[in-house]
Design a protein around this ligand. Structure first.
Ligand code: FES
Ligand SMILES: [Fe+2]
Length: 405
């Protein structure tokens, strides 16, 4: 992790540790409201975060058979995760290489081949272009250069599927840079993830920025005033978060009764977020609920319904807070260093990632889109490159007063 972030959080060195202790006594200002309302800042986050960080998407149990695929949408990037005949997992942008029509329609499916219905191009389960009708006559057409755009996939030790949209052959950020050890955390040893089957999923749309949701998820300061169910799952008084790299681990001590009833919760937040479709002013939340094969209907319903209640209680909190941020009266408030350690850590990570990407763009004097695919080398692409340059130039033309026109 970047030293600046470590220092900000007081984890950098001996000296910083004492600063951290000191700062436990002081509230810390949150990110300003503009970061939750500006379209430009959101566009920058798309480049700085969602185009290059690893994101937890689903579990392999949801794709048991060859040809299975599930579609996801994160920050405007629509893509599928799929399984091929050799049981290898792939992810592809949902963009036909011909004229950009979405190859995958519907939310999920099982396919022998991925066929685009616009002009009939079709792709194998490995994403390679299989057929482009009538293109066989074209000598200069290279099929192998026209497969579905692949997305990096990582399968962790527990069978969870992660993706990274960075278009580089190797993503700039390795999974281990942000998440090493997260799948082998001690408390996961009590679970056998293969004992879980996918039960159902649901989606909700809330009128708030994705960071409002992450701030809300990462503290339980609001639990006593909002969630009557939470004491069933955890002892609120003992709730703490541990933070490292790009994750926030929530823990609380179980009461005897919770332990006996097999309740209790092991909750981890993975920056930027898991399975969320993210927009600047609305967040679409995708909850995937897996059920232990041995769980009774009664036990499963108890937890599943309680969880659904808690997330809808949070939705109300997030919507009302965002509404007030939109009014631009309030810039930011002071957060509690212990009770709101989670959101403070989340915000520090977001700030660091956004700022460092922005610094790089300033040096390069242009926007840097890590997920964007490069034009190939070759004669045909020369005109396209000039077209691109013309379009980019339009945005930065200024008059003698330096005003953009
Ligand atoms: S856009 Fe897919 S075949 Fe033409
Ligand atoms: Fe909550």
């Amino acid at each position: 992790m970047a030293p600046a972030l470590l220092n900000y959080l007081g984890f950098g060195s001996q000296t910083q540790t004492s600063v951290a202790k000191e700062s436990d006594k002081n509230p810390i200002r949150a990110l300003p409201s503009s970061w939750y309302t500006s379209q430009d800042l959101y566009n920058l986050e798309t480049r700085a975060i969602f185009s290059k960080k690893w994101m937890l998407i689903t579990h392999q149990n949801r794709l048991p058979n060859p040809g299975d695929w599930i579609k996801f949408d994160i920050a405007g990037y629509e893509f599928v995760v799929s399984r091929d005949r050799a049981s290898k997992f792939h992810a592809f942008h949902n963009v036909c290489r011909h004229r950009a029509f979405p190859v995958f329609e519907g939310e999920k499916g099982t396919s022998k081949i991925f066929a685009c219905r616009y002009h009939g191009w079709s792709y194998g389960l490995d994403g390679k272009l299989a057929k482009a009708p009538k293109y066989d006559d074209l000598e200069g057409f290279d099929k192998s250069a026209n497969g579905l755009f692949p997305i990096h996939v990582h399968l962790d030790t527990n069978g969870f599927v992660w993706v990274n949209l960075d278009s580089g052959e190797k993503p700039e950020i390795a999974w281990e840079d942000d998440f090493a050890g997260i799948d082998t955390q001690e408390r996961y040893k009590q679970y056998n993830f293969d004992d879980y089957v996918f039960d159902h999923d649901y989606k909700m749309t809330g009128a708030y920025n994705w960071k409002i949701l992450a701030d809300n998820f990462n503290e339980c300061y609001h639990c006593p005033t909002t969630h009557p169910d939470v004491p069933t799952l955890a002892d609120i008084q003992t709730h703490e978060v541990d933070t490292d790299a790009a994750w926030i681990k929530h823990r609380s001590v179980l009461t005897k009764e919770q332990e006996q009833n097999g309740l209790g919760i092991s909750s981890t937040y993975y920056f930027p977020n898991a399975s969320l479709s993210i927009l600047p002013s609305s967040s679409s939340m995708h909850y995937q609920i897996f059920r232990n094969k041995t769980s009774s209907e009664e036990d499963f319903q108890l937890i599943a319904q309680m969880y659904a209640r808690i997330v809808s209680e949070d939705k109300v909190l997030c919507e009302l807070a965002q509404k007030n941020l939109n009014a631009r009266i309030f810039i930011n408030g002071e957060l509690h260093p212990r009770l709101e350690k989670g959101p403070l850590y989340f915000q520090a990570v977001a700030r660091e990632v956004v700022r460092s990407h922005y610094e790089r763009e300033k040096v390069a004097k242009r926007e840097i889109w890590p997920a964007r695919r490069a034009l190939p080398n070759g004669a045909g692409a020369v005109v396209s490159r000039e077209d691109e340059e013309l379009c980019e130039g339009l945005a930065c033309r200024t008059d003698e007063k330096g005003l953009v026109w």
